[in-house]
Design a protein around this ligand. Sequence first.
Ligand code: NZQ
Ligand code: ZN
Length: 385
Amino acid sequence: MNSFDFYNPTHIAFGEGKIADLNKLVPAEARVLVLFGGESARRTGTLDEVTTALGERQVTLFGGIEPNPSFETLMEAVAQVREQGVDYLLAVGGGSVIDGTKFVAAASVFEGDEWEILTQGGRNIERALPFGSVLTLPATGSEMNKGAVVTRKSLKAKLPFHSNHVFPAFSILDPTKTYTLPLRQVGNGVVDAFVHVVEQYLTYPAQAPVQDRFAEGLLQTLVEIGPQTLAEPENYQVRASMMWTATLALNGLIGSGVPQDWATHMLGHELTALHNLDHAQTLAIVLPAMLRERKAAKLDKLVQYGERVWNIRDGSAEDKAEAAIAKTEAFFESLGVKTRLSDYDLGEQHIEPLIASLESHGMVKLGEHGDVTPEVCRRVLQASL
Ligand code: NZQ
Ligand code: ZN
C-alpha cells in the first residue's frame, strides 16, 4: 500500500425528508445564492422545498447551469455573487450544478484570470466561499469530493480541477429526489459510478486488500442494483443504495493508497468537449477498448476483477480478462448506454481532432504508468468505432 493523505470534511445528511435539515446546516445569518440547472429542480418541487427550508435567510437564485457546466455561464453566477454580496452557496442538482458551484465558490474570491483555475488544475485556489449541496442525480460523487470539471465552450476545452477548499460543507442525499430522473440519466449514473471505481481499482496489485474489496463491493452492488434502479424508479431502497454507492465510489476512500488510472475519463472529456456527448456515454465508449488495449499491463487485476465481480472461473488468465471486459461492455449496453462511437454518429474522421485536442491539453502521459500516449488513445478510439 502506498502512503496517503485522506481528508474528507463533507457532512452527509441522508434520507427522505432531509432537505428540512437545511435550516440547521446553513448558518442563520448567511446570504445564500441557490444555484440550479435547467428546469428540473423547479418542476419537481425540490427548489420550493429548499427555499422553504432556508426560512428567513436572504436567498437569491441562479438557474441555467447546463449539463457539462460552462465557464461562460458560471462567470455570470460569479458576477451575481460579487454584486449581491453573497457569502454562502447552495447547489441543487446533479454533478454539473455541484461542479459549477465549486467553480463559482473558488472564482468569486479569486484574484486574477479565473480560467487559470482550470489551466492550473486548482493548485492556485487559496480560498473559496463555503457551500452545500442538495443532490438530485447519483453519479459523479461531486457531493462528497473536491473535484470539478468545467467546459469553456469558446475553446472547446473541458478541464478538471481539484482543491481541498471546494469540498462541500454538507450534502443532502434524499433518494426520493431521484424518482423523477429520466432513464437515460439513471443509466448514465450507474455507468459513471462504475467507471469511477474501475479507474481506482483496475490498475495493478498494490497490496491494498481492503481497498480492493471495498471497490469490488461497490462494483457488485452496481451490477445488482443497476437494472433494478432502471426498472423500479420509485423503489426507495434501491435508489438509496444507488445514491450511497455513487457517493462512495468517488469520495477519496477507495482511491487512498492505491495507483489510479483516469485515462478513460480524460479521453472521455475530449469527446464531450468536441461532440457534446453525455459524460457517461463517453466512458462507455472508451473503457472497454481502453481495457483491451492495456490488457497485458492490467492482466492481474483484470483476472481478479473477472473472478470476484463477475464470477468468471474458467479459462486462462487471458480468457478471463477478455470475458471480464465483455461482461463490462454488455452491462453498459444493458443499462441503455451505447458503447461504440458509431452509435453516436461518430466515425474515423473524428479521431484525429480528438487526439489533437488531447495533446493541446497536455494529456499525453495518462494512466497508472504514464504510458497512455496519444498514440495509445488513437488505437483505443479506432477500436471503439
Ligand atoms: O438541468 P436540469 O433541468 O436540472 O436537468 C438535469 C440535466 O439535464 C437532469 N436532472 C438532474 N436531476 C434530476 C434531473 N432530471 C429530473 N429529475 C432529477 N432529479 O439530469 C441532466 C444531467 O445532469 P448533470 O448534472 O449534467 O449529470 P451528472 O450528475 O451526470 O453530472 C455530469 C457532470 O459531472 C462531471 C461530468 O464531467 C459532467 O460535467 N463529473 C464530475 C466529477 C466530480 N466532480 O468528481 C467526476 C465525474 O467523473 C464527472 O466528470
Ligand atoms: Zn465520471
